[in-house]
Design a protein around this ligand. Structure first.
Ligand code: FES
Length: 102
């Protein structure tokens, strides 16, 4: 069954950027690409680099530590050294809150 989390007064990322929020104690990176929001676990699956601080290229984000690339739409690892995807969340805006589901 899907879990749902509501983050009140969450920061909203500018287009082509990300913000880091805490969801039930887990850091999650929320990206905006072309007006659409995407969310994945903020910790790189290689050794935990901060994906919310990575450079973006369209829907791909590059980990700032060793260069793994993830697709923010589904968390899939596109380029190593990471081999495992980052857990994705469905995300939507509800008033001043972000609602995330996984
Ligand atoms: S921690 Fe992200 S590529 Fe190494």
């Amino acid at each position: 069954m899907a879990e749902s989390f509501r983050v009140e007064k969450a920061p909203m990322p500018a287009d082509g950027h990300a913000v880091r929020i805490l969801v039930n104690g887990t850091p999650v990176a929320v990206f905006r690409v072309g007006g659409q929001l995407y969310a994945i676990d903020a910790r790189c699956t290689h050794v935990g680099g901060p994906l919310d601080q990575g450079a973006m290229n369209g829907t791909e984000v590059t980990c700032p530590w060793h260069g793994s690339v993830f697709d923010v739409r589904d968390g899939k690892a596109v380029k190593g050294p990471a081999t495992k995807g980052a857990a994705p969340y469905r995300v939507r805006v509800d008033g001043e809150a972000l609602v995330l589901e996984r």
